[in-house]
Design a protein around this ligand. Structure first.
Ligand code: GDP
Ligand code: MN
Length: 392
């Protein structure tokens, strides 16, 4: 689950990272009021940043500076409502603008190969790290944390030295790297990025300028499978930006992953769903989705799952493959019959139900004139033929 910059900053702040204060605004009046607070606090300029769950907001015109509350509202009017990579901006972050001296990149990911959290840093900050990886891979430095020992101070120091940081900024960098690692673990995140991590110049009342490292941007992705351990993080889900299909699948408690093909698949069990997709491919078809309705699916779930499959206009055939165990075949059959009675468009379907109450399921399906199959091979082959027939 992706979360907004402002929420990611809250989680970093909770680990003691240096994040400058901010406010979130949804209207121009709120932008102006927020900006006024920062100007009253001594800011010379404020920054207004689009809060959308995509990167490259700066390039897209979603990050702007302003010299007065009124000007903040003006740039706010350009950013609120703008479209960034297909997403409408509904809220912005407002904060005192930093005077940037240099931008770095600092991030943490889970490296599946080594099964460790890897910290990455680069002196080429502010640009997308994928770009640095392409153009100048040598500029990205990495250390990997031992899961038992955690990120050790010498590793963080080596990373800081590698990107050119020296005393007096090296120790603050070590603290930031350690905090980033803690934020990753504390929230079961699978990615945390601070880009830019910036050296900023701060001028005190007496005119003395000091340099400090601060997190000017934050990106954090939570591991969906870890969310159950952090019910409070569920509140950070941005429903404005969630794909309606994903939201519906979550409400139904099913696993649904949208794919590019034409054959909608409804299966119980993740392994069987994979096998079903393999067979669809084997017979020359392309699955439109991965869908595991789970164990003991009730007819409401089956009906909802069918709606999800049919919501994809590319779907021109459906393959249902249910292996009844806890799941009762007759319950699934009843759900399919209900779903078809309500569905908005007619799509050919092949149903294979075996296991618990298969005979009763077969009777219901035959009565309702469903096309059925007994073996999975036969079902997949038929579904592919139906999809090809429909495409013609
Ligand atoms: P992204 O483009 O979505 O990654 O958004 P960022 O928050 O990283 O902002 C993009 C760029 O805007 C940064 O790399 C900075 O160069 C600039 N920027 C962001 N915040 C400030 C700020 O407070 N002051 C100044 N001068 N520039 C900023
Ligand atoms: Mn950024």
């Amino acid at each position: 689950m992706k979360i907004q910059e402002a929420d990611a900053k809250s989680l970093l702040l909770a680990q003691g990272l240096p994040v400058p204060p901010w406010k979130v605004a949804r209207t121009l009046a709120e932008v102006e009021a927020a900006a006024r607070i920062f100007f009253d606090g001594g800011a010379e300029r404020v920054v207004v940043k689009a809060q959308v769950l995509v990167g490259g907001r700066g390039k897209a015109g979603g990050v702007k500076l302003a010299g007065s509350p009124v000007e903040a509202a003006e740039v706010g009017s350009k950013i609120l409502g703008m479209d960034i990579k297909g997403i409408t901006v509904r809220k912005v972050l407002v904060g005192a603008a930093a005077e940037i001296v240099k931008e770095y990149y600092l991030g943490a990911i889970i490296d599946r190969a080594s099964r460790r959290i890897v910290l990455m840093a680069s002196s080429e900050g502010g640009v997308e790290i994928e770009e640095v990886a392409r153009q100048n891979p040598g500029a990205i430095h990495r250390v990997s944390a031992d899961p038992e020992l955690g990120l050790l101070a010498f590793q963080a120091r080596a990373l800081g030295l590698a990107i050119g940081l020296r005393d007096p900024l090296l120790n603050p960098f070590v603290a930031i790297a350690e905090g980033l690692y803690e934020a990753m673990k504390a929230n079961d995140a699978d990615l945390v990025e601070v880009n830019p991590l910036a050296i900023v110049a701060e001028t005190a009342a007496d005119g003395a300028t000091t340099h400090r490292l601060v997190c000017l941007d934050a990106k954090l992705t939570l591991d969906d499978s870890g969310l159950a351990r952090h019910p409070e993080l569920e509140a950070l889900r941005d429903l404005d930006e969630e794909d309606p299909t994903d939201a519906q699948a979550r409400r139904l408690g099913i696993n649904f992953i949208h794919l590019d093909g034409t054959i909608g698949c409804m299966v119980n069990g993740a392994g069987l769903a994979m096998t079903t997709m393999d067979l669809v491919k084997h017979y020359g078809g392309e699955p439109a989705n991965f869908l595991d309705v789970g164990g003991g699916a009730r007819r409401e779930t089956v009906r909802g799952a069918m709606e999800l499959i049919l919501a994809d206009p590319k779907v021109n055939a459906i393959l249902v493959n249910i292996f009844g165990g806890i799941t009762r075949g007759d319950e699934v059959a009843a759900g399919l019959i209900e779903a078809r009675a309500r569905q908005s468009r007619e799509v050919p379907m092949v149903v294979r139900i075996v296991g618990t109450n298969a005979a009763e399921a077969a009777r219901l399906l035959t009565e309702a004139r469903f096309e059925t199959a007994t073996s999975l091979d036969q079902a997949a082959e038929k579904a592919v033929a139906l999809a090809k027939g429909a495409a013609r």
